[in-house]
Design a protein around this ligand. Structure first.
Ligand code: BTN
Length: 259
């Protein structure tokens, strides 16, 4: 059992000067998945920017059908409700990764599309769900950050590839401070992305683990290998393919795999 400070919505909101993201904050002790809650809250367009946190998830979801496991109180488990975002999904995904890496700091790097790594190990991930209802479009931007886990808190299969902020910094991270930083960074980068896609691409280039490296992708079940020459804010990762030609790969249908 991890002893931990609790997340408190008033403390998270205190002094937070964001235009949209985190304009409302709710914290649940336990839920199935904050992304599922976000989809429900998103039916009401007044909930744009709502940040939903949970201390525990019974059915936390990751990308590609994976589970997201986190002991109670050990991490940031958060979903942001976005209504009629001016950013298309690809740019939203890229912008969220850039903002998350900035909020985590400490040399955090982006493994395209949505993993954040510290010292080569995954500390955080993003799950972006999209849906439509009668009156508007809804994006649920789900973010998990490992904070207080020790090595033994990860399943054995993940011990070599996953980490937490406490492990990497040797300090006990303050989750309230981190939550504020996360909301502020998301607000800033989403605002910026709406008028300056190039700024997002430039920031991604600085934090990217893939740029100028060989990458093998699984895209819609097919494998592609090539040199990563950039990212396109509308069409995804750009590879100069080994078999010739340049091709772009959308985040929603791609995962990086071992060659
Ligand atoms: C991944 O790396 O595969 C994405 C992980 C996303 C996990 C977060 S935790 C909060 C939100 N609720 C979920 O069920 N998933 C996301």
């Amino acid at each position: 059992m991890i002893r931990t400070e609790s997340l408190n919505p008033d403390k998270i909101r205190e002094g937070l000067q964001t235009r949209h993201i985190g304009s409302q904050v709710v914290v649940f002790d336990s839920t199935s998945s904050t992304n599922d809650l976000a989809a429900q809250y998103g039916r009401n367009p007044d909930n744009h920017g709502l940040a939903i946190f949970a201390e525990q998830q019974e059915a936390g979801r990751g990308r590609a059908g994976h589970r997201w496991l986190s002991p109670p109180g050990a991490g940031i488990l958060c979903s942001i409700v976005l209504i009629d975002s001016p950013l298309r999904s690809e740019l939203l995904s890229l912008t969220a990764a850039v903002a998350l890496a900035e909020a985590i700091g400490g040399g955090a790097r982006i493994k395209w599309p949505n993993d954040i790594l510290l010292n080569g190990k995954k500390v955080s991930g993003i799950l972006l769900d999209a849906s439509v209802c009668d009156t508007h479009r809804i994006h649920c931007l789900g973010i998990g950050i490992n904070c207080h886990q020790g090595r033994d808190d990860f399943p054995e299969s993940l011990r070599d590839s996953a980490t937490s902020l406490d492990i990497e910094t040797g300090l006990r991270v303050d989750r309230v401070v981190l939550a504020k930083r996360l909301l502020a960074a998301l607000d800033l980068w989403m605002e910026r992305a709406a008028s300056d896609e190039a700024a997002v691409v430039q920031q991604w280039q600085q934090a990217s683990l893939q740029l100028a490296h060989r990458v093998t992708l699984c895209f819609n079940g097919e494998r592609f290998t090539g040199n990563c020459i950039g990212v396109d804010p509308q069409h995804g990762l750009i590879l100069q393919l080994d078999h010739g030609g340049v091709r772009m790969f959308e985040a929603a249908h791609s995962s990086i795999v071992k060659e």
